[in-house]
Design a protein around this ligand. Structure first.
Ligand SMILES: Nc1nc2c(c(=O)[nH]1)N[C@H]1C(S)=C(S)[C@@H](COP(=O)(O)O)O[C@H]1N2
Ligand SMILES: [Mo]
Length: 319
């Protein structure tokens, strides 16, 4: 069994704010499963990471006041329960032969032009890749600043031409119990599902990331494509998407289904609405050194772009 030394940024506090109530009790079972599986899974993919797409910074999404978090933090402190509930596990377990290239994505449901495309065709059809530097805030009260490479989600949705009856967008992650020990273990209900209202999905900020810092997105960060909605808590940012479905009914996300009182459909970052088990008024800055905390901003600092989406809604009720 693998034993590791905790990194200095892994403060004990993170155990108190774990997304999952079952984190600590489940972890023991998980490691048991892993002991068996580890022998069966092949050595690291001999081909290594996929080639990155060409990217160029979009100055409209590059606030000079934001200092990007170091690449090593972004790619080694992860939540990806398919590959373990511990922050350090996905970097290891998502790189033991899980294949993310080639990769097909389906856009289906209430659309006039259903699509089933390889990620490379998608990138070509949406007109290429740009880089945006976004704040990232996990519901567990930690944050980063991430230079994402990707494209605006609206471009992909427009290709499929949603019907007027479409009110929501449902996203689904891959399901492969052989490749993903967390799925074999059943630490959550899989496949992982998330959803947005159509107007949220069409907002300029909603982004599909295919890279980080100009490199192909590492498996542990949700290769080869994942959602990024920077004004919402991290769990909305679903990884390794295989299906995007336009629906009439509001989809029920994996975390909402698990614990609706703690994880709502909207999950907008809001320093005034606490999580039932901890405050959301401030956040621990990953890579910010010991004691590096800052105040959490309304909509994670994106009020100007998204506040209009929620005009007249009681954000305590629609959390
Ligand atoms: N499929 C899938 N997507 C997921 C998760 C997950 O466990 N499975 N975790 C979510 C949570 S809780 C967070 S905070 C972010 C973490 O993204 P990062 O590891 O790239 O920082 O991914 C989100 N997307
Ligand atoms: Mo999260």
């Amino acid at each position: 069994m693998h034993i590791r030394t905790p990194k200095d940024w892994e403060l004990p506090e993170s155990a108190a704010t774990s997304e999952s109530l079952y984190h600590l009790s489940k972890r023991r079972d998980f490691l048991k499963t892993l002991g068996v599986t580890a022998v069966a899974i092949a050595a690291r993919d001999a081909f290594g990471a996929a080639a990155p797409f060409q990217t160029k910074p979009n100055p409209a999404y590059r606030d000079p006041a934001l200092k990007p978090t170091g690449y090593d933090y972004i790619t080694s402190y992860n939540n990806f329960y398919e590959f373990g509930t511990d922050k350090a596990e996905p970097k290891d377990l998502a790189n033991r032969g899980w294949k993310t290239d080639p990769w097909t994505v389906e856009v289906t449901g209430l659309v006039n032009t259903p699509l089933k495309l390889d990620i490379k065709d998608i990138v070509e059809k949406v007109g290429g890749i740009e880089q945006r530097v976004y704040r990232f805030r996990c519901v567990e009260a930690w944050s980063m600043v991430i230079p994402w490479d990707g494209f605006q989600l609206s471009k992909l949705l427009m290709l499929a031409d949603p019907k007027p009856a479409a009110k929501f967008v449902k996203f689904t992650t891959f399901l492969d119990k052989k490749a993903a020990p967390g799925q074999a273990d059943g630490n959550l209900d899989y496949p992982y599902v998330e959803g947005l209202r159509v107007d949220e999905a069409m907002n300029e900020l909603s982004f599909i990331a295919t890279g980080i810092y100009g490199k192909a997105i590492p498996n542990q960060n949700g290769a080869p494509l994942r959602l990024v909605t920077p004004w919402k808590y991290g769990f909305k940012n679903i990884k390794s998407i295989v299906k995007i479905e336009l629906t009439e009914k509001q989809p029920r996300g994996t975390w909402e289904a698990m614990q609706a009182r703690e994880y709502g459909f909207y999950a907008n970052v809001n320093p005034q609405v606490d999580h039932p088990r901890w405050t959301q008024a401030s956040e621990r800055v990953i890579g910010g050194g010991f004691g590096g905390r800052q105040k959490t901003l309304m909509f994670n600092g994106y009020e100007k772009q998204v506040a209009a989406l929620y005009q007249g809604m009681d954000l305590r009720k629609f959390y």
